[in-house]
Design a protein around this ligand. Structure first.
Ligand SMILES: *Cc1c(COP(=O)(O)O)cnc(C)c1O
Length: 376
């Protein structure tokens, strides 16, 4: 049996919608279910425009195009992030500039952004780790002061909030992921949120291979043609149909994950009090979405031991990002400004525990008990 690290969310309601798409024989993008997903996000999140994409990575690719990155431009983010947060901008010729993280949330440290800004800086990319918000008020103030754009990598943060606002609705642009490891899924999929209304028209064009086909379909023009750069970023209706079933149960999925997250937090508090581990910190401005639960231990050796210890008891726990600045491509395409005080140290100490929709309470207890045993 064993306890997996992740199980993709399957509600059972997806199948009927998939059947509907097959019956209609309309499988390519932007039909009924894609529209339903767009409406859902625009109403639920109060966002002016959302566009489904084939992944969060391609939504980030679109963001790099829409922020008009040119070779030599600089983009600021933390090094503790997924590879495409950086790669999408590198593809447009940008240099990635990393600053250190805050150890309490593992998010980029907003206090270090200003010293990394140069004449070439164009975009700040806050990635909300574990669905916990970056310090967005400070980041917005800095962006406004220096005339920079904000692209939120909110891949992990669907349904999370910062000061009552949904993550993904704060930056000029924001991206979500519906990969099977994320809270809401369709296997592979993503979404671009366009909060800066001046970018809406171009976003539709870039997503439709650089053509004004979206306008044509709405009957606003009588033929469509090639007007800009772009590619095919729209997912199949099958993906949209699967996703829509999950969006309809968004609150239920959220609450279920939060319940598991709270069980872990409660059950591991004693070990934290004894100084054996550190638990995630949720700043009071933030409402998270139970995307993942991590603990931090002493160092990388202790981490390897505990992962092995849990594996022998059929529990699958995993570490997370290897800091991008230490990677082969990172050395070529990026630079790290300031001291790496926490990025390497804390990423080496972090372990993610199993957490998925409908995880059984006794399985959570089993994981907690085994972690406690390890430290005995
Ligand atoms: C999952 C993830 C991505 C990539 O998502 P895909 O949909 O698989 O492309 C990007 N950034 C972060 C922070 C992620 O967690």
């Amino acid at each position: 049996m064993g306890i997996n690290f992740n199980r993709p969310t399957v509600l059972g309601t997806e199948e009927a919608y998939l059947k509907k798409v097959l019956e209609k024989q309309k499988l390519s993008g932007d039909a009924e279910f894609t529209q339903k997903c767009h409406e859902w996000f625009e109403i639920q999140m109060n966002c002016p425009k959302s566009l489904l994409t084939t992944s969060c990575s391609t939504a980030l690719d679109m963001s790099a195009i829409l922020s008009e990155i040119e070779p030599g431009d600089e983009v600021i983010m933390s090094s503790f992030t997924f590879v495409t947060t950086a790669n999408s901008f590198v593809l447009r010729g940008a240099k990635v500039v990393f600053v250190d993280i805050r150890p309490d949330t593992m998010n980029l440290n907003e206090e270090l952004i200003e010293e990394a800004i140069t004449e070439k800086t164009k975009v700040i990319v806050p990635m909300h780790y574990a669905g916990v918000a970056c310090e967005m008020d400070t980041i917005q103030t800095i962006a406004q002061k220096h005339g920079l754009m904000i692209v939120e990598d909110a891949a992990q943060a669907v349904m999370s909030k910062y000061k009552g606002k949904y993550l993904g609705t704060i930056g000029d642009l924001a991206t979500y992921s519906f990969h099977e490891t994320k809270n809401y899924t369709c296997g592979e999929g993503g979404l671009l949120m366009i909060n800066n209304e001046q970018l809406i028209e171009r976003a539709e064009i870039v997503r439709e291979k650089g053509t004004d086909r979206s306008k044509f379909f709405r009957g606003e023009i009588d033929k469509y043609s090639w007007v800009d750069i772009g590619s095919s970023y729209l997912p199949s209706e099958l993906n949209a149909a699967y996703l829509y079933a999950q969006l309809q149960k968004a609150e239920e999925i959220l609450n279920d994950r939060l319940k598991t997250w709270d069980l872990y937090h409660e059950g591991l508090k004693a070990l934290e009090a004894k100084g054996k581990i550190e638990l995630p910190h949720i700043p009071k401005e933030c409402q998270h979405n139970g995307h993942l639960f991590y603990i931090k231990v002493e160092d990388i050796d202790e981490r390897s031991e505990i992962i092995e210890f849990l594996k022998l008891r059929d529990i699958h726990s995993v570490f997370h990002y290897v800091p991008l600045h230490s990677s082969k491509a990172g050395k070529k395409y990026s630079r790290f400004v300031g001291r790496d005080k926490y990025t390497t140290k804390d990423s080496n100490r972090l372990i993610r525990l199993p957490l998925y929709y409908k995880m059984r309470e006794e399985d959570v207890e089993y994981v907690i008990d085994n972690i406690a045993q390890f430290f005995e």
